[in-house]
Design a protein around this ligand. Sequence first.
Ligand SMILES: Nc1ncnc2c1ncn2[C@@H]1O[C@H](COP(=O)(O)OP(=O)(O)OP(=O)(O)O)[C@@H](O)[C@H]1O
Ligand SMILES: [Mg+2]
Length: 427
Amino acid sequence: MKIDTKTKKPQEQWKPFTARYCCSADDHHANFGSMSSKKPSSKNLTAPAQMPSFRKLSFSDSSLRSTSGRLNEDLAQTFAGDLHDFQLSELRGATQNFAAHFLLGEGGFGRVHKGYLEEGLKPGLKSQPAAVKLLNIEGLQGHREWLAEVIFLGQLRHPNLVKLIGYCCEDEERLLVYEFMPRGSLENHLFKRMSVCLPWATRLKIAIGAAKGLAFLHGAEKPVIYRDFKASNILLDSDFNAKLSDFGLAKMGPEGSNTHVTTRVMGTYGYAAPEYVNTGHLTTKSDIYSFGVVLLEFLTGRRAMDRSRAEHEQSLVDWTRPYLMSSRKMRCIMDPRFAGQYSIRGAREMGLLAQQCVSLNPKDRPKMPAIIETLENIQNLRDMAITNGQWPVTPKNSRNDNSVGKGRRQNSLGCRSAAVAASPRTK
Ligand SMILES: Nc1ncnc2c1ncn2[C@@H]1O[C@H](COP(=O)(O)OP(=O)(O)OP(=O)(O)O)[C@@H](O)[C@H]1O
Ligand SMILES: [Mg+2]
């Protein structure tokens, strides 16, 4: 359900864009719950060449409300050379008229179709597969998020951010054209019943890639707060390299002496930081909280919020909290699909990291560079549970589920395990 250690200082300043409405899509968003179901620094993150550097944009209130023609002029002028300005007919052609069998998925903002962009469709455009997102533009909200996406992704380029190829703004239609990510979203791999289990090493690789994307956003003098970090917004290429997508809720960080940005609360249940939900005060630490929730998803194979489970197990953060303190307890909540193929120390360290990230006090949450270093260190650990005789943990008479709860049986390792059917994993 969508609701809305030494870090090297960035070497280059980046200019905030001034589009009053472009980066404040929340101004007209519905409130929480009202939308449908959204160590030292890592060297390559702080290299000057990779620091975001925004050009100053000057979209006005009138251009936001103006006709698509006027807006197209503004966008074309601003993003000439960076983004292609597609016509609807061109995107119809690329997607076989948005054929059902080209549908990749559907989120709160509309459907996403696979397409193929032919060489010569636009000057300088190489032939390539693409993902075309059609925004559901009922109300101003869709348009604002569309515009925020164009403005953020039109300027931000990083290996761990999905590449925006272009956009289409024709009459009421609003579309976005992205590089095609062959393995879809992390959500599909982690939670879908039929999906093959993502190995421990792959989960770590994805976590590190996503962390680098987030570190890039946070790592500037004037950070971008992503605000929608979750499994469905982490897209995967053929080698499981992670890229962040969906910048419709992104927001420029606080200016001057301000410690936070005040906004309407947007995001996704289960991922949004409690202080942000309660106060609307947004900081980069809100993203860190969401990152911690995704780490918990990696460990457990469970969703941030799963209403189909017993009440005390619905919120992943609440359910896992008592188990993150020790390796012994951690075993009880690990994704049973690992079948022991995970590092015991690594799981413990990832659990501790997740715990810090989801601290109730935002100040206790680590920064992205430290998170990356911890995850990279975990990558080197090889003490797999299965070879250390610490697997299985599931008693014979229980199903393949990592449920732990009151009044349930304990197995030989001290994990209480539900002798009930695994809860369905549905979105
Ligand atoms: N660039 C892409 N390449 C390949 N598949 C994509 C791409 N972008 C999106 N998809 C697919 O489309 C699905 C829907 O994406 P979308 O971002 O619209 O919604 P969502 O993230 O699932 O939900 P929400 O609206 O809450 O963000 C994704 O889960 C993914 O499977
Ligand atoms: Mg998404």
